[in-house]
Design a protein around this ligand. Structure first.
Ligand code: HEC
Ligand code: HEC
Length: 356
């Protein structure tokens, strides 16, 4: 086993990639933002993120620049139940802020009661994912992804296919909401459109993720106060070559390569971790983020594992038959508890304030 100091350096290197350069990159990008403020239309000068320095902001598409008004409108629409066939369903029904934007179900249920065949992932930090969804190929952007929950018919999620005009009429008739659309899309004479609903919600999604967990305070501010001894031992285990977790769960969100303002063109990581290998499944799944994982049970794309302890047991047993093989880990009881304590240290502060 490595000394704590040595493996923490390894952790830093694997997360920040260029730890020595991190400060320089931040300084350089601040200077670049200042220099390009007039030329760049992607982020409004007044828009700020609570991310720690060194955590690069996500990539923002040129045709949907970030603004505080657009994110606030998106937050409201994310919870707006008028955006469903029944009038009582919304994005928030399956992505609930109280559960780090998941729904606590193995597989989500749509507005008309049909069961989806996938577990709802947290959308915190989704903006950094190079592609969205559990299965390959995923969706390349939050805007294109959103058409699935809105318009899918087998099974229905929100069920907006065929009722778009009525939904837009309802939104248009809400005077306070119409004013918020005008603020969010100031150059457009008729801003209440489905395209702008999608842009506003995507902007809100891009604003989610603030890296406020005990682990982040330790990593970015050298503040150990939130990390128990067990969590620190678990951190050593997680980043150790013996466990090999970071062969897949690397990067700022532990989900492999991230798409950020600094690197727009990267691919997602799909892997076989030995779970759910029925022929119909396709063996590869998107490597999920582990941020906030302690509050997003049940686990895996089919939601079959009920607790973190069950996930840790799954890796402990190993799978020699998958490629590359996953060796049995032979973790002691204490090591399992330590690993779980580390995963718990990845929980951000509560999310309710993110619904404006
Ligand atoms: C009926 C439940 C349900 C509703 C309603 C719903 N979602 Fe989802 N969402 C899911 C499930 C399940 C997945 C995983 C789908 C997959 O991988 O096949 C998902 C995946 C996502 C993802 C991909 C996350 C990632 O990192 O891969 C995003 C983003 C997302 N949803 C946003 C939204 C938005 C925005 C709305 C409202 C317009 C919405 N969802 C409504 C259940 C739902
Ligand atoms: C070979 C790549 C790989 C390795 C190594 C790996 N994982 Fe995973 N992990 C995945 C994939 C892929 C999934 C999603 C699988 C699925 O949904 O069927 C996953 C899922 C998870 C989940 C559930 C997340 C969720 O939101 O459902 C946790 C927790 C987790 N891994 C922790 C670990 C830990 C701890 C280790 C080290 C002991 C580890 N993983 C090693 C690829 C890997």
């Amino acid at each position: 086993m490595m000394r704590a100091g040595a493996s923490f350096a390894l952790a830093l290197r694997s997360l920040l990639r260029r730890p020595l350069l991190a400060a320089a990159v931040v300084v350089a990008s601040v200077a670049a933002v200042a220099a390009n403020a007039a030329a760049s239309s992607r982020v409004e000068p007044g828009f700020s993120r609570p991310l720690p320095p060194g955590f690069a902001a996500p990539f923002v598409p040129a045709d949907n620049p970030m603004s505080a008004a657009r994110a606030a409108l998106g937050a409201q629409l994310f919870a707006d139940r008028r955006l469903s066939v029944t009038g009582d369903y919304a994005c928030i029904s399956c992505h609930d802020p109280a559960r780090a934007f998941t729904d606590g179900q193995a597989q989500s249920v749509g507005a008309l009661g049909q069961r989806l065949h996938r577990n709802a992932p947290s959308i915190l930090y989704s903006a950094w994912n190079p592609s969205l969804g559990w299965d390959a190929p995923g969706n390349p952007s939050l805007e294109t992804q959103m058409r699935i929950p809105m318009f899918a018919t087998t099974p229905v999620e929100l069920g907006l296919t065929g009722i778009e005009p009525q939904v837009l009429e309802r939104l248009q008739a809400d005077e306070a909401l119409r004013l918020r659309f005008i603020e969010a899309f100031p150059d457009e004479p008729q801003p209440v459109t489905m395209g702008n609903v999608i842009k506003a919600i995507a902007t809100y999604e891009r604003s989610l993720g603030e890296a406020s967990s005990a682990f982040d305070r330790y990593l970015f501010a050298a503040d150990r106060s939130g990390m128990s001894k067990a969590a620190l031992r678990g951190l050593d285990l997680f980043f150790s070559p013996r466990l090999g977790c970071t062969n897949c769960h690397s990067g700022m969100a532990f989900s492999g390569p991230l798409r950020s303002v600094e690197q727009a063109g990267v691919g997602n990581l799909y892997a076989n971790n030995g779970h759910g290998m029925q022929a119909s499944e396709g063996a590869l799944a998107r490597v999920p983020s582990l941020r906030n994982v302690a509050v997003t049970a049940p686990y895996m794309r089919d939601g079959a594992l009920p607790t973190l302890a069950a996930v840790i047991d799954h890796y402990d047993r190993g799978r020699p038959d998958v490629l590359p093989p996953l060796p049995a880990l032979h973790l002691s009881r204490r090591e399992k508890a330590d690993l779980e304590a580390f995963l718990e240290s990845l929980t951000d502060r509560p999310w309710e304030h993110l619904l404006r």
